[in-house]
Write a protein that binds this ligand. Structure first.
Ligand SMILES: [Zn+2]
Length: 161
């Protein structure tokens, strides 16, 4: 995989990291918008990355706090990857990307920002996207777009029961 040049992520690298695990979320949905959670399934949830590589960078996360794939049950694995596919479909429908990077960084040495709670990245890609972002490259561009990106993507997910 080609390395993405994403200078605006310096904000993440330099930011103070919260105590506790950002991927351990309470069962109540009331703060989902503030947490950038777009969708919940029985075993996992979808969160918009606050420090995205590209606009619409999503993460699928199991509710269970674990760093190991081997800790996940077959039901959890199936749920995770069904949710990855849902994310791909929602992004396709709402943002028309030309490609996707979908992957897991296991361990800090592999580039995991949060290495104690496994999560799958779904990064929509457009031809020339990083060049475009670099040219327009103010690091505040992406965070300002977060709430409009959230609202737009939310329309693509099934409404919670
Ligand atoms: Zn956790």
């Amino acid at each position: 995989m080609k390395t993405l040049w994403a200078p605006w992520r310096i904000e993440y690298i330099l930011s103070e990291k919260p105590d506790g695990c950002i991927f351990c979320v309470p069962p109540e949905r009331e703060n989902d918008r503030e947490r950038l959670i777009l969708h919940r399934t029985p075993f996992s949830f979808v969160m918009l990355n606050r420090y995205p590589y590209t606009n619409g960078h999503l993460m699928v996360v199991p509710f269970r706090h674990t760093s190991e794939m081997t800790d996940l049950s077959d039901d959890e694995m199936l749920d995770l990857f069904t949710t990855v596919r849902l994310c791909r479909d929602v992004l396709e429908k709402t943002a028309s990307p030309q490609g996707f990077n979908i992957g897991i960084n296991l361990g800090r040495a592999a580039g995991a920002g949060v290495d104690e709670h496994i999560h799958i990245h779904i990064v929509p890609r457009w031809n020339g996207d990083t060049n475009y972002m670099t040219v327009l490259g103010d690091i505040r561009v992406m965070p300002e777009n977060l709430s409009s990106t959230y609202e737009k993507l939310l329309t693509g997910f099934p409404t919670p029961q």
